[in-house]
Design a protein around this ligand. Structure first.
Ligand SMILES: C[S@@+](CC[C@H](N)C(=O)[O-])C[C@H]1O[C@@H](n2cnc3c(N)ncnc32)[C@H](O)[C@@H]1O
Length: 218
């Protein structure tokens, strides 16, 4: 039977974390699209120490909060001084604590065991994008920018499908940017050839509904 949630196998490897090049790209996009942003949250944050440092040092972000379902990950983040909540991304009472953040990154596990090896398709990801936007945008009425971090196998049809789900909930939300993030490094700092890592979908009711398609492939 499929597990209800996917969490990193802590006995096998370091906590799943985003590679530093993708984090640098997100910093540059935040600086461009949302200059002066002061508060950022990350739902399904994993080990978020690198982005926590980058957002504060490079953007002057004053408030950062993560959320993860795995207690060991939450404890490790907190040990570094990061405000990190333990809970389920799809629990209404938990998500309520994130409504005041200007930007919310939603980064659910994109591979089995969160190890980056057995990658999931867009529709296989749990917690799923449609359920999350239903709760955050539909039921809780979030205002701001929601960045859905999606698997590299995400198709333009998947993007259109999620956009339609969102528009059925909220006509004020649009899709500002579809960003393909390439990197030459894994989350553990191992050098690789340039690889597509993520498709980041920048939904917002503060930015234009312009569907800009962009990537950083050299
Ligand atoms: C691989 S990390 C993602 C890191 C980063 N957000 C990124 O996109 O690169 C995914 C995290 O989601 C957590 N997770 C899985 N199911 C969850 C749920 N229902 N609610 C909150 N966190 C969850 C896992 O414990 C894991 O640490």
């Amino acid at each position: 039977m499929e597990p209800l949630y996917r969490t990193p196998n802590l006995s096998k490897r370091a906590f799943a974390r985003t590679n530093p090049q993708t984090i640098a790209q997100r910093v540059a996009i935040l600086r461009e699209l949302l200059p002066g942003v002061k508060s950022i949250a990350e739902i399904c944050c994993g080990d978020c120490s690198q982005q926590w440092t980058a957002y504060r040092q490079e953007l002057g972000v004053e408030v950062y909060r993560g959320l993860d379902i795995q207690p060991e990950i939450v404890a490790a983040n907190r040990a570094l001084g990061i405000d990190c909540v333990c809970g389920d991304a799809l629990a209404e009472i938990t998500l309520r604590q994130f409504l005041a953040f200007e930007v919310i990154f939603f980064g659910p596990p994109l591979s089995i065991d969160c190890d980056g090896h057995q990658l999931l398709s867009f529709r296989e990801v749990t917690p799923g994008y449609a359920a999350f936007v239903q709760l955050l945008l539909g039921e809780l009425g979030y205002n701001g920018t929601l960045v859905c971090i999606c698997p590299k196998a995400t198709t333009i049809g998947d993007v259109r499908w999620l956009y339609n789900q969102i528009r059925a909930l909220r006509e004020d939300f649009g899709l500002r940017l579809v960003y393909s993030s390439y990197a030459t490094m894994t989350g553990d700092g191992v050098e690789t050839e340039s690889r597509l890592k993520y498709l980041d979908l920048w939904f917002s009711n503060q930015l234009e509904d312009s569907w800009e398609i962009r990537n950083n492939e050299k």
